[in-house]
Design a protein around this ligand. Sequence first.
Ligand code: IPM
Ligand code: MG
Length: 353
Amino acid sequence: MKAKIAVLAGDGIGPEVIAEAVPVLQAVARRFGHEFTLSAAPFGGIAIDRHGEPLPAATLERCLASDAILLGAIGGPKWSSPQAKVRPETGLLRLRRELGVYANLRPVSVHPELRHASSLKPEIIEGVDLIFVRELTGGIYFGAKTRDAFQATDLCTYTAPEIERIVRVAAQIARTRRRRLLSIDKSNVLETSRLWREVCERVMHNEFPDVQLEHMLVDSAAMHLIRRPRDIDVAVTENMFGDILTDEASMLCGSLGLLPSASLGDGTRGLYEPIHGSAPDIAGQGIANPYGAILSVALLLRHSLRLEQEARAVELAVHRAIGDGVRTADIAASNQRPATTQEAGAAVLAALA
Ligand code: IPM
Ligand code: MG
């Protein structure tokens, strides 16, 4: 097949992990006989430096004209002083909104080899296989803001249709798995959460009677996530709760550097990024973990290009590389020389060949 893929390397370790992910895409194209046209565009802090804004019009156009977008990471201390007028993060939120990618999928599974890389006990995390479905284009991230020297406001709004569509995405995924959906909210305090719960109940009752629904308050979910993570199959939640809980969930598998994400809307076009940030503290050292970015390539192949076999091949190659002990500093065993970013990328390519 032919596909156009926009590549936004971004800031910090973004370009380093993308440099390992792109050859994987190219290797898949060669091995399976596809034609992928990749085009790089400035985005994030680097775009602020060059063009004065994090999401230049040409970059957005390129993304809108592509079948999928692969993103590294954005941000850094250079652009995040409290006085900063433009921020890289604003560009990311705008990109998500403009692309209409309201459903952010963050799968978390534990590689057997990495049982001991987690800060949690192996017996707690063994066999964990869950997926977070985070609402991505609504809530407090996008509400009106006010600010003066004395007071600040961030407004949190959700509409019933916004809740309906994200619940549907999550329930459909649950149908392909263990048919269990956990909806996370704060309905004992927040009005948006009370609407969330009501709409969720209705959609599930009317359209997904075959999927078992459980509600949980977000504070309690934060606790259960590290107490009995195996019990979770699919979890659906609003934007900010999802942001926080997925960083927590990443610790189940050992490192934030391992987790990929897919952001989808109603069509097949999607935005794919590792869930980690730009990690300015380790940028430029060649030690970042590229597996989250490479696994994001697998999600891109699966969701936007509908190439399931190819997606599996990439996932298998990452599993092989980890199984062979190729582990960057964040997941290395204590008696092991950590692999560099490049070595990890090369190991995936070798496993794919
Ligand atoms: C994420 C990140 C972003 C978010 C930041 C960079 C705006 O933390 O994708 O989880 O909060 O959504
Ligand atoms: Mg986050």
